[in-house]
Design a protein. Structure first.
Length: 144
């Protein structure tokens, strides 16, 4: 149904060295745990699924790293919550459609936070930023 909550529980950034030459950056998200939670919603308790995650930006060569941990709350019907939770307990799997929603939400929030943190400690940005390229003006010469 919908993502109803998102929060960071750990924010860590470390700069070990200044960048020299080419730097490769690998971003990764891991769903660490899935459990049930209750939240107050419209003066009633509503069951939700809590997905605990860890987002990492790893720099190669090892000039630093960024680690963001947190949780995302997802509201769904009680039957669907039980199904999600049972699938996780059994195989540590999440259905493809739900996983897409989760990963896109986590990426949207973590990429912004990782970008800010990388600027704070002078690491290269963990996501490619748009660049402006100015082309030379074409000459408007007329040969007649």
């Amino acid at each position: 149904m919908a993502v109803v909550g998102f929060n960071f529980t750990r924010i860590e950034v470390e700069k070990k060295d200044n960048p020299k030459g080419n730097v490769n950056i690998r971003n990764n998200i891991v769903i660490k745990n899935v459990d049930k939670a209750d939240i107050g919603f419209n003066n009633e308790k509503q069951s939700v699924v809590r997905f605990s995650f860890e987002f990492t930006s790893t720099y190669d060569p090892s000039i630093g790293n960024i680690i963001l941990s947190g949780s995302l709350l997802y509201m769904e019907s009680i039957k669907k919550i039980k199904e999600i939770f049972d699938n996780w307990k059994k195989d540590k799997k999440i259905e493809k459609e739900l996983m897409t929603t989760l990963l896109n939400t986590i990426l949207a929030r973590c990429n912004v936070q990782a970008l800010i943190l990388s600027q704070d400690v002078n690491l290269p940005p963990p996501i490619p930023l748009p660049k402006v390229q100015i082309n030379e003006p074409q000459s408007n010469s007329y040969i007649g």
